[in-house]
Design a binder for this molecule. Structure first.
Ligand SMILES: Cc1cc2nc3c(=O)[nH]c(=O)nc-3n(C[C@H](O)[C@H](O)[C@H](O)COP(=O)(O)OP(=O)(O)OC[C@H]3O[C@@H](n4cnc5c(N)ncnc54)[C@H](O)[C@@H]3O)c2cc1C
Length: 630
């Protein structure tokens, strides 16, 4: 194993903060910056809440390969070791602390087992060690059950206790990692697109093709968002309708026509991450910043001048300036940073899912390395059918389903349970968090999805005695999200607009999906009230409409931040209308329209609102022409 000291480990804290003095000779090592992350995955989803990404041992019950790094110690000697972690099932008071791991210093395991205490992120004391001028740190997973490590702190001051959260923790990171320094200059653009789901990718490609200088900032190593191999949702919605049959041409390049076998939670290759990356990289006007998360912005008088993004492994920070910005983050992250008006349904909204599947396999280490970490790796999985038993441990910390029904579990017939229906496991309806805060509670919602999956598999294997040779094959560690902030534009599209077929002069993208809203399914609610994990969906007359229904351009720019576009699920719609617009090919077409409008802002030196007010004919011309290459 080659171990190079990562950048983040070289900064030594010698400054004092207003909140708490940081002793000299204190070294902070971010886990995601480890030189070799082994089988641990970089999880950036909760970065805005935690202040940093983390490493996650997402092993589906099999311990993942060690992660390791080397650290330069400027003043060798006795140090106290702290590890920032938590017991991820503690919010449910569940027993067993499944996310246990060890830290090895120079090959020796510390006496403490980490991940065993505390519902909140905190520094767990690892005791004292003697360090030479170069130390190796190794994270050793003990369970494969979602252990998590944010950072490791080494201090010569044996009495120093690092702050657990808030401004004091941010100041500590800032001092020790050099984050207080000015960011790297990332350049000037016509359009900076934040978020590389289908909406953001289509927006960036379209604007670049129409002559704009574009930056696309995406916090994962692949493009596609929920439609990538990391989340595995199949993009739905129909494209290329009259009167603008070329709206959808870019989407058609990004997403193949659905083939037999294409769908949710399939094998990684069907989501074609490479196709999206190749299309983006083929655009000379497009600068692609993968693994960068937008975390700050400069905005004065309702006008954005710059955004800042942080590399999700190295911590490197970069500033990008532009004439216009597009929020395609799904969560309206940029809009929230700059004070854009938004609405959010805090209770009774659609939930999040972590899709999963099972299979007869011999080895799954290959896949557990997370094929998406390295986009150059072949993305298809290599499983071998097995006739060997694949035991799975009891999971007393998971959702207890031993005497409860769940989709796929067949009722007993004469004392015997019939085989479960495997196709019912891990589908879109394994969904939680309907009444939880869509942003602040995201880690809890993701973890509840994982608890439900592990509880169901434990029940099928160990209570019902089914599937002795099957394993959990794949599960998304990234939460697939459906609903959070909806940024307000000059028009807020409502469900009534769909029902009444309200026409718009600025009709710009066709909607074809029914008003598909989710809520807890009553058949599986009992005993899980407040933590439901199976959903139902709206259907029937009240939720159908005559499609395609063309929605207006004015839902795609902010009403109070004058150079902010949006595309994807964070556009200007009500909760009800979101049910129809949120499918990914529709989101991709919103992106195309935003790319076209951004090109007009550059060409005509105007703001997004003026594209509607003064240049609607020019927009219609572009809608007619489209931005396809094929
Ligand atoms: C389980 C599930 C099943 C679904 N079923 C379907 C279906 O069958 N068909 C369908 O079409 N739709 C389906 N949907 C809905 C659909 O997936 C979403 O509505 C859609 O993905 C929204 O697209 P988006 O581009 O706005 O967001 P996303 O697809 O979430 O893409 C946003 C991207 O931005 C990145 N990002 C977020 N914040 C930042 C930041 N600060 N900086 C940089 N990057 C950032 C994210 O990592 C992500 O990759 C489903 C959703 C779920 C969760």
């Amino acid at each position: 194993m080659r171990l190079a000291p990562p950048l983040a480990t070289l900064a030594l804290g010698v400054c004092l903060t207003a909140q708490q003095p940081i002793p000299p000779d204190t070294t902070l090592v971010e886990a995601e910056a480890f030189a070799d992350t082994g089988g641990w995955v970089v999880d950036q989803q909760f970065m805005d809440l935690m202040g940093s990404p983390m490493l996650l041992a997402h092993g589906l019950g099999e311990p993942v390969k060690d992660a390791a790094t080397a650290v330069v110690i400027v003043h060798p000697g006795r140090h106290r070791v702290w590890v920032r972690t938590r017991d991820w099932v503690a919010p449910w008071n569940a027993p067993g602390a499944p996310g246990r791991f060890q830290l090895l210093v120079d090959g020796e395991a510390l006496a403490t087992t980490f991940g065993t205490e505390g519902a909140e992120w905190h520094w767990q004391d690892g005791g004292e060690v003697e360090l030479g001028d170069l130390a190796t740190l190794t994270l050793h997973d003990l369970t494969g059950f979602e252990g998590r490590c944010d950072a490791i702190l080494l201090s010569r001051d044996l009495t120093f206790t690092p702050p657990d959260s808030g401004d004091a923790l941010a100041a500590l990171r800032g001092q020790l990692l050099g984050w207080h320094a000015a960011p790297i200059d990332g350049g000037d653009y016509d359009l900076v697109v934040c978020g590389g789901g289908l909406a953001g990718t289509a927006a960036a490609i379209t604007a670049a093709r129409l002559g704009c200088k574009v930056a696309l900032v995406q916090d994962r190593p692949v493009l596609g968002g929920n439609g990538s191999s990391e989340v595995r949702v199949w993009p739905e919605g129909h494209t290329n309708h009259e009167p603008y049959p070329h709206v959808g041409d870019v989407v058609r390049e990004l997403v193949r026509i659905k083939q037999k076998g294409d769908g949710n939670a399939g094998n990684a290759d069907i989501y074609e991450d490479r196709r999206k990356l190749d299309l983006a990289r083929a655009e000379p006007n497009l600068t692609l910043l993968l693994e960068h998360r937008v975390h700050a912005a400069t905005c004065e008088g309702g006008h954005i001048t710059a955004v800042r993004a942080q590399h999700t492994r190295s911590g490197r920070r970069v500033e990008l300036r532009a004439r216009c910005f597009a929020d395609c983050t799904g969560d309206g992250v940029l809009g929230a940073l700059v004070g854009a008006d938004f609405e959010m349904t805090e209770q009774g909204h659609m939930g999040v899912s972590n899709l999963w599947n099972v299979g007869a396999v011999q080895k799954n280490e290959y896949q557990l390395r997370c094929e998406c970490e390295d986009p150059d790796d072949p993305l298809s999985l290599q499983f071998t059918a097995s006739d060997q038993p694949a035991p799975f441990p009891r999971c007393p910390w998971a959702v207890d389903l031993s005497d409860k029904p769940f989709p796929g579990r067949k009722p007993t017939a004469g004392g015997e349970r019939k085989d479960a229906d495997l196709s019912q496991l891990g589908g879109w309806f394994w969904e939680t968090g309907f009444d939880r805060h869509p942003i602040a509670d995201l880690e809890r919602m993701r973890d509840q999805n994982l608890r439900a999956m592990y509880g169901a598999w434990d029940t099928l294997k160990n209570v019902d005695g089914q599937y002795p040779n099957q394993r959990l094959k794949w599960a998304a560690f990234l939460a697939g999200k459906r609903e959070s902030r909806r940024l307000c534009g000059d028009v807020v599209v409502t469900g009534e607009d769909f029902h009444l077929q309200r026409p718009w002069p600025d009709a710009a993208f066709p909607c074809t999906w029914h008003i598909d809203l989710h809520f807890p399914k009553t058949a599986f609610q009992k005993g899980h009230e407040g933590d439901e994990f199976i959903s139902d969906y709206t259907r029937g007359e009240g939720y159908a409409y005559q499609g395609p229904y063309w929605a207006p351009y004015r839902a795609l720019y902010s009403r109070n931040v004058d150079n902010l576009f949006m595309a994807g699920r964070d556009i200007s719609v009500t909760h009800e209308a979101l049910g129809a617009v949120r499918v990914m090919q529709t989101c991709g077409m919103m992106g195309e329209v935003v790319g076209m409008a951004a090109s007009l802002c550059v060409e005509l030196d105007c703001a997004p609102r003026a594209v509607y007010a003064d240049h609607l004919d020019e927009l219609r011309q572009l809608l007619r022409r489209g931005a396809g290459r094929r």
